[in-house]
Write a new protein. Structure first.
Length: 294
């Protein structure tokens, strides 16, 4: 009887130990599962943070690309890009918190929706611009064909284009100056001797210009001797903030054809050396030359 009680007690003790062992194993198993789940959750949160940052970086790049194309929507694109950059900074600073990352994912989704709408609008604008460009190109083709047709009919467009290219500004060419001795008979003999000269003859040509305004053209002629003295009238006039002392002025009736101008500058006791002759159209130097008297 006592042996039976002893066996029963032993069995009960063994059963308790088994139950305790099973409980311990279950607890360790549950604890291990919870630890693994926690580690997985932490890893998932970290991965989600990286994914959000990656998605935001792609959004930012899309705005950079669109801005580089100089669209008419630049201000709106810059504003949206700034929102993306600010959210990226917030995500980088946040801890690996599920709720925060969920909020940031929703904010990203909103930004992505706005980005898609803007990109679609840009594509529409591109298509419109392309259509306008195509229409302009077509118009240019039609105009070119019309121009060619008019050239065949009129035969003058090429010359007219060349004339327009010349511009309306007159060109002063072939500026020449020589010294002369004037005889009592009025005959003029060219000389290179300063002591013999009593007349300087200045000549130049105004070139033909079919689109220049016709009428009186006044030029200011300046003759400077070897001692830097202005010869002739020595009149000083001003053009804006510029002043000019000239020897004489000449007025020419210009009718869009080539005109040769010759003027005399009388004097005596001319100095030896190099003389400089300048032609001015108001305050602008349009031609210059030099000559030497011995």
């Amino acid at each position: 009887m006592e042996n039976q009680k002893s066996n029963n007690g032993l069995k009960a003790a063994i059963l308790v130990l088994i139950l305790a062992l099973l409980g311990s194993l279950y607890y360790n198993f549950k604890l291990s599962n919870e630890t693994n789940k926690l580690e997985a959750d932490v890893k998932n949160v970290s991965t989600e943070k990286e994914n959000i940052l990656k998605d935001l970086e792609e959004l930012k790049n899309s705005y950079d690309t669109a801005l580089a194309e100089n669209t008419t929507m630049s201000d709106e694109l810059i504003a949206e890009r700034e929102k993306v950059v600010q959210l990226m900074e917030e995500v980088k600073r946040t801890k690996n918190d599920v709720n925060s990352l969920s909020k940031y994912r929703q904010m990203y989704n909103n930004l992505e929706t706005k980005n898609k709408a803007l990109m679609q609008e840009i594509e529409v604008l591109k298509a419109q611009n392309q259509e306008l460009t195509t229409n302009l190109d077509s118009t240019k083709v039609v105009l070119e064909e019309s121009k060619n047709y008019n050239q065949v009919l009129v035969g003058q467009n090429e010359e007219l284009t060349k004339t327009v290219e010349k511009g309306s500004k007159l060109s002063v060419l072939n500026l020449q100056t020589a010294a002369y001795k004037q005889k009592s008979s009025g005959k003029e003999i060219e000389t290179e001797k300063a002591r013999r000269a009593d007349l300087l003859k200045v000549s130049f040509t105004i070139a033909e210009n079919n689109i220049a305004k016709s009428g009186d053209k006044t030029y200011y002629v300046q003759v400077i001797d070897s001692k830097n003295n202005v010869l002739g009238d020595k009149v000083t006039t001003s053009f804006g903030d510029k002043s000019l002392t000239y020897s004489f002025l000449t007025t020419v009736q210009y009718e869009n054809k080539t005109v040769k101008v010759t003027e005399n500058l009388k004097g005596s006791n001319f100095e030896k050396g190099t003389y400089f002759v300048n032609i001015f159209d108001k305050g602008e130097l349009v031609s210059k030359s030099s000559f030497t008297l011995k």
